[in-house]
Design a binder for this molecule. Structure first.
Ligand code: APR
Ligand code: ZN
Ligand code: ZN
Length: 401
């Protein structure tokens, strides 16, 4: 029976930190109860994959190796274990690195499930074991997704079915090794809804809840920041100021909804919060830090950019970028005493159940996704995606299997 078969496929294996990924033939064991085996069609490469590979995880011991990285993928269910009811073979799915069990105290309030969280950091599935092996060695899972593999195994709560209802082309082709996945499915675009785009988009719409007519500033016009800009535009913000030290980002910023730009380097030693206060009659309604830099968040004296740029009384600043391990921010509490609000957003406050709606928005042309793809690669060239991240070139790289 299909679902009991061990599959051999190609995967990009991270044998150790700070070494290029190596393309290897790996074995992928069948799914156990409440697990799903997915044939990955494509995957984006996110900064978090790079942080782990480069030994800079913001939390924990700094990554478990050898492992198969990747958490921004899309694919098709190949087989399911006992008790799986949410998907069946042939379904198009997006793997979730932040799934919800739906039963715990946290799932009732947030997307930060207490149960599935525990497994992610341990590099294994919920039963504490791995389905991956290569050359006699067991490989760790990564973020519960490991999308840099031709096939991966996930808990059933970690896959969300997309497309079937909203886009017939997505779900019609039946998948087996003999039948390639239909290229019309555009899973090589939908994969980006697995991490970067919702992270920024939802920070504006769900976390900060940007309101119509408001003024917004976004620090860092990478994938995350541009998606936040897009969210602010969706919420009908009146002014959306992009703040970036790379003037080449201004062109693309406009495409996503920026109405103005500020390059801190054009203002010498003048604190950027003062520049913005002048532009906005005292401060902004909403700011977003999408770089992961503690100085633009709040910290360096005279450069407490995103927090201090807020209008006192009601401004809301949201941290979206991930700062490096061990770093801390400090600021005078008076900033908050005056009613500025400071918060953070994780995966844009989206839950897995929200993703089909985002796919629908994309298919209706209301959510830009294609525009984020600046490099398309085959698996063999996956290390080029990491080079691009290191050099700060482009937005997202999509790797297709
Ligand atoms: N001031 C303003 N802009 C800056 C600064 C700075 N001090 N430093 C960097 N930038 C700009 C860069 O020029 C770039 O345009 O921030 C942008 C960052 O974009 P990317 O590197 O493409 O990052 P992105 O993928 O959007 O992720 C941003 O979110 O997921 C996290 O770990 C990720 O913390 C990172 C952040
Ligand atoms: Zn990510
Ligand atoms: Zn839960």
């Amino acid at each position: 029976r299909d679902r009991e078969r061990v599959i051999e496929c190609l995967a990009a294996v991270a044998w150790e930190a700070n070494q290029p990924l190596r393309i290897e033939t790996v074995t992928v064991a069948p799914p156990k109860a409440h697990e799903v085996r997915v044939k990955i069609h494509s995957t984006g490469v996110c900064h978090t994959d790079a942080s782990t590979l480069w030994g800079r995880d913001p939390e924990g011991p700094g990554g478990l190796f050898p492992t198969i990285l990747g958490h921004e993928g899309a694919g098709v269910v190949e087989s399911v274990g006992d008790g799986v009811t949410n998907v069946k073979p042939g379904d198009h799915v997006i793997p979730l690195w932040l799934p919800q069990c739906g039963r715990c105290r946290a799932c009732g309030k947030t997307n930060l499930c207490e149960n599935v969280w525990k497994m992610m950091g341990k590099g294994c599935l919920l039963d504490g074991t791995s389905r991956f092996a290569c050359g006699g060695r067991t490989l760790y899972h990564y973020m519960g997704t490991s999308t840099f593999s031709g096939y991966t195994v996930l808990p059933d709560v970690s896959v969300v079915k997309v497309g079937a209802v909203f886009c017939p082309g997505f779900a019609l082709d039946i998948v087996s090794d003999a039948l390639p996945i239909s290229p019309s499915a555009r899973l090589d675009r939908a994969c980006l809804l697995g991490c970067g785009i919702p992270t920024g988009y939802g920070s504006a719409l769900n976390t900060a809840k940007v309101v119509e007519g408001s003024s917004v500033a976004v620090w860092g016009l990478g994938t995350i920041g541009l998606a936040a800009v897009m969210g602010a535009r969706k919420a009908k913000a009146k002014r959306i100021i992009g703040v970036d030290i790379n003037p080449n980002k201004f062109q693309i910023g406009k495409k996503f909804g920026c109405t103005e730009f500020v390059n801190p380097n054009d203002h010498g030693d003048r604190p950027i919060q003062d520049v913005l206060a002048d532009m906005t009659d005292g401060g902004l309604d909403f700011t977003f830090e999408c770089i992961g830099n503690i100085h633009t968040m709040a910290s360096l004296p005279r450069r407490r950019a995103a927090l201090e740029s807020l209008q006192k009384g009601w401004g809301v600043s949201t941290i979206v970028g991930v700062a490096g391990r061990g770093l801390e921010v400090s600021f005078p509490p008076f900033q908050l005493l005056l009613g500025r609000k400071w918060t953070g957003s994780f995966f844009g406050d989206y839950r897995g159940d929200d993703l089909p709606g985002l796919v629908e928005e994309y298919l209706k042309g209301e959510l830009m996704v294609d525009e984020f793809v600046t490099q398309e690669l085959q698996l063999d060239d996956i290390n080029k995606a990491f080079d691009s991240l290191r050099e700060g070139r482009g937005l997202r790289s999509v790797v297709t299997f």
